[in-house]
Design a protein around this ligand. Sequence first.
Ligand code: SF4
Length: 471
Amino acid sequence: MKRHLKNYGKGPIKCRDYLFKKLTEKISEKDFTGYTIQYPPLLTWDKLENKICKEWQKISPEDKLGIYIHIPFCEQKCIFCRYYSKKEKNKKVIESYLRFLEKEIMMYRRYLANKQIHSLYIGGGTPTIFTLQPLAKLLSILKSNFLFSEDAQMCIEVTPQSLDLKKLLLLKRFGINRLTIGVQSLNKNVLKEVGRLQNPKEAIKLLGIAKGLGFQTVNIDLMAGLPKETLSSFKRGLDKTLKKNPDMVHIHPFYPIKYTEFMKSGCYLSKCEMDLRTKMCELADKTLRSRGFCPKKFDAYGKKDDSRNIQLCDAIENISSYIGFGAGAVSHIRGSLRYVNHNDVCKYISCIKKKVPPIMKGINLTKRDEMIYYLTACLRYGYVLKSEFRRIFGKEVTSVFSKELAYLKKRGIVHETDEKIVIKVKNIGEYLVFSKYFYDDEIIEICKQHMDKLNIPEREITLDETRYMCL
Ligand code: SF4
C-alpha cells in the first residue's frame, strides 16, 4: 500500500468538519474491535503479506509487550454490544476453541519465547464462559509458553452470570490481579430489555466476594443511557456499586452503532434519551469525584494510578506492542504493523487448521502514523505533553503538526502552553471530528472510498450535531 501523498499539507487546511463527522460515523459503524481510538482506522486496513510472525522477532527489549486473548463467545448477545462475540451455549464448541487458540499461540511462541511480557488481558466476549477445567487450561497454556514479568498486570473480563467463587479462586491462584466485572446495570427491567441474563443481587454479592478475595484491582463497568434506565435507577445502581468499594469504575455511555443488535432491530435513541445519557454521565462524574475517584490518565475513574489497565495505557503512552490471539483479536507491532485476526470463528479455525496465521487484514505503519495515533489518543484525554512527545519520537509536536495546530488554534479548538497542547471540546463527538484534522490525507481518502456518494459541504458543525452523533 502506497502511503502518504507527497503533497500532503502543502495547501492551507480547509474546513472539513462535516466530512469528518460523516467519516467518524462510518468508521465506528465498521469497527468491531471496540476501540474508540484506532489510527489508521480499521476501515483503511487491507490484506497483508504473510511475514507477520517474523516481525515479532524485531521488537525491542524495551518495548512493554502485552498479550491480549479474545474469547468470542457469550451466553446471550446483549443488544448494546459493539464487540465481536457470538451467542454460544454449546460447551463442546467453546472448549474446542481453546485447542485452536493454543495452536495459534504455538505459531508465534518461538518468536516471543525470550521476550518479557508486561501485561495480559483476557477479554471478549465472555472469558469466564469457560467452565473451571478449560479456564485453568487456558491460564496454564499462557503461563507455560510466555515469560511474564514479576510485576505483570494480569487482567480478565468477567460477567456476573458466568462467575462464581470457584472461578474467582482459580483466577487468583493463577495470578490474575485485575478483574473487570461487566455489571452494566443493576436495574432488572434494563437487564431484561438489553438481553443480559444476570441477577442484580447476585452481581452485587459477587462484587463483594471479589473484593474480599483481595484482587489488586476490581474494576466495574457500568453503562449510561441504556433503554429503560432512569436517572434514579442509574443513581441507585452506582451507589450500590460504590458501597462495595471498587478500585475503578468505568462509565460507558451507550452509543448505538449499526453493528449493534439494538440498531439492527431498527431501534434508535431519541434526542431526549441521548440527553438523559449525558445527564447520567454528569451525575456519575459528580458522584465519583465526591467519593474520592478521579479520571485516571488513559482510563476510567479510579482511586490509584496502578488501577489502570496497563496494556491500554502502555499502548498509548509508550506506543507499546501487544499481540492478540483469538478470533477478532487486534495486534500492534510498534513501528511496523497493526492487524486483526478473522472475526469469524470458522474462518479463524480454518486458517489454524491450514497452519497459517489467522489474520484478516492489517496496515503497515509509518513513524508518522504512530505519532498521529499518540497525539490523537492523548487528546482524547484532554492534552498532550510536549516533553512526552519529544521523549517518544525525538521530535517537537509543534513542528510535526505545525499546520494542523495553527488551523485548530485559529478556530479556538486547541491552545498551547509551555508544557502542553490542550484540546477544548464539549463532547466526544467534537473530539472525534476535530482529531481527524491530524489524519493524513491518504487515510482520509481511503475512508471516503467506503462512503456512499455524499454531498459533502465544507462547513463547520454545530454543537447539536456532535452531541447527537452516532458513534
Ligand atoms: S456479555 Fe459483554 S461481550 Fe457479551 S454480548 Fe454482552 S456486552 Fe457483549
